[in-house]
Design a protein around this ligand. Structure first.
Ligand code: COA
Length: 249
């Protein structure tokens, strides 16, 4: 597969996958996610470091692609997104996210599908979907809850608020915060590449295990919100750079 939205570099037992869209905050189109999945699964069993070029890891799903989507199309989008995130979480070798700039929405969910997160100190994190009249639909409600507990996850998702790398570290969302986020991620990937494969594969499987059915309701909910007028208003308001006016019902 040739890639349009990512760069791939192999360095011994490590593959570095860099999201590199023409738009500076690396919005995630489905084509971009498919390329990431392909680059991870066909890495020759390397340990993977996933990072972003430009100004961000990723500011989330490409909101331009939401215009005109109905509930059925949104369900399909969530289903394919889940398959891709689950493929990364289930990839038998470690995947380390090296994060800078923004990890918002689907970009945050992509980072949550990785095994370890290393962040630049100035990164901002958020699941801001609520402000678009939708909700996280690529595993975020479940993976964040699993990491931080239901009260913190509910607060983060229901407000859509932004938080910095220091708070992400306190909440155990990221493992490390460092200016040298990418070098440290690659160094850690190289260290893990030397570990015995079978043990490491089984450790990943045991530690990352989540039953498949925890994600089913999220996909359905994602489809449901796309049939509500608040979604059209939220997306349109973002694209017109104005505050949304949601219905009182
Ligand atoms: N999808 C598509 N385009 C996006 C995007 C996304 N998720 N996030 C940002 N962009 C685009 C903006 O539309 C803008 O494009 P333009 O230059 O053609 O107008 C460009 O990236 C820069 O974004 P801008 O909002 O002007 O930058 P900023 O520095 O003022 O703000 C953010 C950065 C991340 C705070 C802001 O872009 C944002 O809130 N993005 C949406 C995040 C989101 O809701 N993600 C969840 C999607 S489900």
């Amino acid at each position: 597969m040739s890639y349009k939205n990512i760069h791939v570099k192999d360095d011994g037992g490590v593959r570095i996958v860099t999201i590199s869209r023409t738009s500076p905050l690396n919005p995630l189109s489905m084509e971009t996610l498919r390329e990431i999945k392909d680059a991870v699964l066909n890495s020759g069993n390397r340990v993977v470091t996933l990072t972003g070029a430009n100004k961000a890891f990723s500011a989330g799903a490409d909101i331009n692609g939401f215009v005109g989507l109905d509930g059925a199309a949104a369900f399909a989008l969530a289903t394919e997104g889940h398959d891709i995130m689950n493929a990364i979480a289930g990839y038998p070798r470690p995947v380390i996210a090296a994060i800078h700039g923004y990890a918002f929405g689907g970009g945050f969910e992509l980072a949550l599908s990785c095994d370890i997160r290393i962040s630049h100190p100035k990164t901002l994190f958020a699941l801001p979907e609520i402000n678009l009249g939708i909700l996280p639909g690529w595993g975020g409600t479940q993976r964040l809850r699993h990491l931080v507990g239901e009260n913190v996850a509910f607060e983060i998702i229901s407000t859509g608020r932004r938080f910095n790398a220091e708070e992400a570290k306190e909440l155990r969302i990221v493992n490390r915060v460092t200016e040298n986020y990418l070098d440290e991620a690659v160094a850690l990937a190289k260290e893990l590449a030397k570990k015995p494969r079978e043990s490491l594969k089984l450790v990943k499987k045991l530690v990352r295990y989540q039953p498949d059915d925890v994600f089913e309701e999220e996909k359905e909910a994602f489809g449901l919100v796309f049939n509500h007028p608040d979604m059209k208003e939220g997306v349109q308001a973002f694209l017109e750079k104005r505050e949304p006016k949601f219905l009182d019902k």
